[in-house]
Design a protein around this ligand. Structure first.
Ligand SMILES: Nc1ncnc2c1ncn2[C@@H]1O[C@H](COP(=O)(O)OP(=O)(O)O)[C@@H](O)[C@H]1O
Ligand SMILES: [Mg+2]
Length: 266
């Protein structure tokens, strides 16, 4: 793909430098990788603003990109940030070392949970997410085709509104209190690991104060999908449930199910 035309403030940093386009993400954003910088281009939205507020707040708290320059132009948002070291947690080099991978992911979660929430500028609690889900359902923007098979249709929910009603009347135990710093999209491609430990977190548009089980659930699903052939790789030796053991938590299928279903509305 050809180099997009960039706003002047961004081009001042990247102009003429070589880059590689990264096709990993599923959000539809364009991600250009420079030697030590990354440019993410996506439609302007309040989510981008939240991400930038969070990235600024996260500085010095957990490893994450630092924003070098951010601009909106013609309905697009351009975020130029530092490049986080390491490889994605779904890299074969980690999938082939299940114990190490799961220990690193558990440590990454525990690092987030150790952060003092005082002054955290974004809330993504169950109440906030249900309210946003309600708006999305009303606006008809939930993509039922993108859901896990069986979520909607025979044996599943009739439509997104029915799912939302069920979520609202079956709030999980974790919805009441017990909040932590939550990544919001804790899947393997958004966690970069080095040989020595955590490289950093990326893709933090949904980060904020939230439930512990929100991240556990997405990490558990991502461990399954990155090893069961969903993305073309099969590694049965990676056991998603081992994440809970490593965290010293009981496997609570009700919590896992509730947050998985909530994610189907986003
Ligand atoms: N700041 C960064 N440092 C290193 N790699 C990055 C950075 N931002 C994005 N990437 C790479 O690009 C991929 C897609 O970017 P991401 O922000 O996760 O997009 P999406 O929202 O589409 O998932 C990531 O999985 C990672 O491999
Ligand atoms: Mg991503």
């Amino acid at each position: 793909m050809r180099q997009p035309e960039l706003p002047a403030g961004i081009a001042a940093h990247t102009g003429g430098r070589p880059y590689r386009e990264n096709g990993t993400g599923k959000s539809g954003a364009r991600v250009l990788m420079y030697e030590d910088l990354v440019l993410k281009i996506q439609p302007s939205s309040p989510r981008n603003d939240r991400e930038e507020v969070m990235l600024r707040w996260l500085e010095g708290r957990v490893p994450a990109p630092r924003i070098v320059c951010a601009e909106d132009a013609d309905g697009l948002h351009y975020c130029l940030m530092t490049r986080v070291p390491g490889r994605m947690a779904c890299d074969i080099a980690f999938l082939d070392r299940p114990e190490l991978l799961i220990r690193r992911l558990a440590e990454a979660l525990q690092l987030l949970w150790s952060v003092d929430l005082a002054g955290c500028p974004v809330r993504r609690t169950v109440d906030v997410e249900l309210a946003e889900a309600r708006q999305r359902v009303a606006a008809g923007v939930v993509d039922v085709e993108d859901a896990e098979p069986g979520t909607f249709g025979p044996g599943g929910f009739g439509d997104p509104e029915a799912l939302l009603d069920w979520l609202e009347s079956n709030r999980p135990d974790s919805a009441e209190g017990d909040v932590v710093l939550s990544h919001g999209d804790f899947c393997l491609p958004n966690i970069l690991l080095t040989e020595n430990g955590l490289g950093g977190f990326i893709d933090l548009g949904d980060a904020g104060v939230g439930s512990r089980w929100r991240d556990i659930t997405l990490c558990h699903r991502s461990l399954r999908h990155n090893t069961d052939g969903t993305y073309g790789i099969i590694r049965p030796q990676v056991k998603a449930d081992a994440l809970l053991d490593c965290l010293g938590l009981r496997i609570d299928r009700d919590e896992l199910r509730w947050y998985l279903l909530l994610d189907e509305l986003f």
